[in-house]
Design a protein around this ligand. Sequence first.
Ligand code: MGD
Ligand code: MGD
Ligand code: MO
Length: 681
Amino acid sequence: MTTTHPPPTLHRAVCALDCPGCCSLLVEIDNGRLLSVRGNPEHPFTQGTICGKVSRFAELQHGPRISTPLLRVGHKGEGRFRPASWEEAMGMMTDRFGEIIAKEGGEAILPYHYGGTMGLVQRQAPERLTHRAGFSRLDRNICYNIGWAGWQAGVGTAIGPDASEMVDSDLIILWGINAAVTHISLMGWVKKARKNGAKLLVVDPYRNHTARLADQHIAPKPGTDAALAVAMMQVMLAEGLADTPYLEQFTDFNDPLRAHLHTRTPEWAADITGLSPETIRAFARLYGHAKAPFLRIGLGMSRQRNGAVNLHAVSCLPALTGAWSKPGGGALFATGDAFKLNVEAIRQTTLMTTPSRILDMSRLGELLTNPQTNPPIRGLLVSHANPAGSCPDLHQVQAGLTRADLFTVVHEIVMTDTARFADLILPATTFLEHGDLYKSYGQYTLQYSPPLLPPHGEARCNIDVVNALAQRLGYQDAAFQWDTTELIRRLLDDSHLPALETWQATGWLSQAPTWRQRHFMDGFAKPEGRFHFMPGWNHPQMPAMPDHWPVNRRDIKSEADTYPLDFMTPPALDVLNTTFTGVTAAQKRRGPPTLWIHPQDAQQRGIIHGAPVQVSNHLGQLTLIAKVTEDTQPGLCLCESNHQANEFPEKISLNALSHADPVAPQGGAAFHDNRVEVRCV
Ligand SMILES: Nc1nc2c(c(=O)[nH]1)N[C@H]1C(S)=C(S)[C@@H](COP(=O)(O)OP(=O)(O)OC[C@H]3O[C@@H](n4cnc5c(=O)[nH]c(N)nc54)[C@H](O)[C@@H]3O)O[C@H]1N2
Ligand SMILES: Nc1nc2c(c(=O)[nH]1)N[C@H]1C(S)=C(S)[C@@H](COP(=O)(O)OP(=O)(O)OC[C@H]3O[C@@H](n4cnc5c(=O)[nH]c(N)nc54)[C@H](O)[C@@H]3O)O[C@H]1N2
Ligand SMILES: [Mo]
């Protein structure tokens, strides 16, 4: 007898990864298994693009997964566990968290969650219980805060021209964004614009994938973008390329600022940026003469201690020339504020009786190890995040996670550097196994992705785990009965958006502001509707006007002498932060962690291409393989992050060398602002 096997089916889904694209996908499924993932050509923005790592998602989906709850049997960090039932796991979690709440109060528990999924329901799930139980809240600043502070200072809201408007531009500048790696769908629009004759210019300290595709690459030293931008403004003002009527009508530009900028010549900026005055002058002229320059500002420049100041200075350029008012002109940093969503049904802020303390996620190591943390953190509930890889100052993070008096629960899809330190691991579903709504930070569609595959093993989604824990802890609020489907329905209803049934067939809703709004033709989201050249930082040391602000590791004299090289860890092609770092095939494709170092620096140290080197600073040391290349500049070395701890002989990963110093004006992590020395092993 032959059994009939139904043919594979094709479904629409949405990529849940923390990436500005939020790509619409077509997923092919055969008998409960993922066969293939490709881009959906019908989506108006992503138009069928897809990155390599998501096209290979089956490697993660059907690779080694966490299948059941796991209880630690070895030492913390050793990675030895035994399977347990959900009943046993939930019982243990309820007992331990219950004890901590009774003894030291809810604030002794910290839910730590961030970028694993961008789904509105699953990503924000832990907050409802945090609010109800009075757990410590998390300042979720690790990615966006520094950049947002810089953009907010001038423009005031995270919207801008749709990237598809690039087709009307004659000059595209990708500044501090490695879009060919971090936002592939953007490159589709860049390609179309170039077909129409636009030039592509990339501003980045090293020749990354995007710079290699550009007509021109300008490579300032990291952390010096404000110097470059203000010198460009000096040139444009001196050469009559500023738009005076625009400045008067739409900005706070004034005479003291004009006098200040007058002193910021290309010669002044040359020393700071490492660029020649001619390069700076030519760039200013190219920008000032362009008919409709489209500036896409990325997060890269914000991962510096002076990042907010730099990003604000760069955002001043289209205001100086009035490029905002041209079709195809203006600047885009992020699109998130276009989505007017009411997410209260998920977050449940009204369940919070007394506001609990807010802890800085970028300083987890210190929070866990400093005896001043009061009350001490006794319970850690990690979900959709991997702080033992993604957080700065990993030695401290590891020391904290090793504490015997800390009870750590990790809700995960796969074994990670953080999960290895858990007392209890809970199996999580992937985005193909649960439903969710997705907004985007790079385009303007709200999208729905349905559950398409059965949960792997006993995996459960975030909202189900949080609700179950809340109920076990005795919270009887109705909100803890609402599942994903109900929350999606409520979110749409509370946001006055059409019910899912009415648009499920297409899969997306445009939330794009009008052209006039995207170009701030009726004013910016700042006092008097003006773009603010005066950033108005609420911080005593930050410069009052756009300027270079020398506060980076390079500017600390003692450090600069001991550790002579700048060190960055910008995103890599085949992984997304630490997601996919554990996939064996991905590790093989990438090879061991490499240190890009300029031939000049290599020669001075006797370093040979392909040989192991020791990279060290005041926080620690790591062994990497030298990649001697002119793709970086003298004085700058880097590793395209991230890797798992077990890929380094030191059994700790790259962020062991990243400092966790607080960043002005409102926190964040300066991942690309570190100093190191490099030696042959
Ligand atoms: N493949 C892949 N895609 C990703 C990610 C990933 O890890 N891998 N991560 C995702 C996430 S969470 C985010 S937030 C986005 C971030 O994506 P982007 O906005 O592209 O930001 P970064 O990747 O941090 O940095 C981009 C570039 O900034 C450069 N840079 C560093 N310092 C400076 C500086 O001082 N000035 C200038 N001009 N450039 C500088 C780096 O060299 C890098 O090439 O990407 C997302 N997409
Ligand atoms: N050196 C260096 N470090 C960086 C950066 C850098 O550029 N350089 N970039 C920083 C940036 S921009 C960011 S945003 C952070 C991100 O850092 P994290 O928020 O820690 O994100 P990931 O490292 O991707 O880890 C996410 C984890 O969530 C899991 N996961 C995925 N979906 C789900 C789900 O639905 N439920 C549950 N429970 N788990 C899920 C994945 O398996 C993965 O292990 O990293 C930062 N770290
Ligand atoms: Mo991020």
